[in-house]
Design a protein. Sequence first.
Length: 261
Amino acid sequence: MPMILVAQVSDTHFDLGARNAERVERVMAFLADLRRRPDAILVTGDITECGKPEQYAEARRAFDVDIPVYPIPGNHDDRAGFRATLLGEPVSDAPINHAPRIGDLTVALLDSSIPGEAGGQLTDETYDWLRDVLTAAPAAKPVLLALHHPPAHLFSPVVDEISLADPQRLAALVAGDDRIVGVLTGHAHSSATTMFAGRPLLVGPSTASVLGGEWELELPDHVMDYAPDPAVALHVIDGNNRMTTHFRTIPMGGRIGVQPG
């Protein structure tokens, strides 16, 4: 199987202000300028700050690049607005789940949002859908899962209180299918890696801000750091069904791209 390169952008928080939009545009330009462009861009939730149609229109313009972009909702999103404005689909409050095929890779994008709540949960409907996706996925070919809410403890005094409920249910499914090469999430506003059900769990950085861990934060003040440049995760799935991840920080000033040494 040829190498597949998947970029992960997360927690963009479009809010009709110039700052967050410019940061996403900078990341998209960086990805488009790579010598080898990603095969797809996954956006793991919190597309908008508060789910307004105008914010989704802003996101749609920023995501209009010559690379396939697959977004899923987060706790700041609104399913109806997400569908109508960002996806151009009929309005519905049902979970927004998608399973694009990227070469030999199947990506299961899971909606872990709970309307009106900050924490996350996968519904029975989503689990039934995921089982159907796994049944239909090619034998011996890789599968990647992506959702907004992390299913593991991240030592974050903010995110751990609003992470994925009942993670054991997802863990049982992941552990039972050796085609699953990893699980991607957002929500934490921090690049993080750990293990989940014997697979890598990769938490993508936010383009908007950085949230510290227990060793950095003194609640309730100074929760978010808005000074760091935006960042992106790049996931490589190789012919051995193995995932390798690189994180890149994208400077807001200066030329985009890597210069030869």
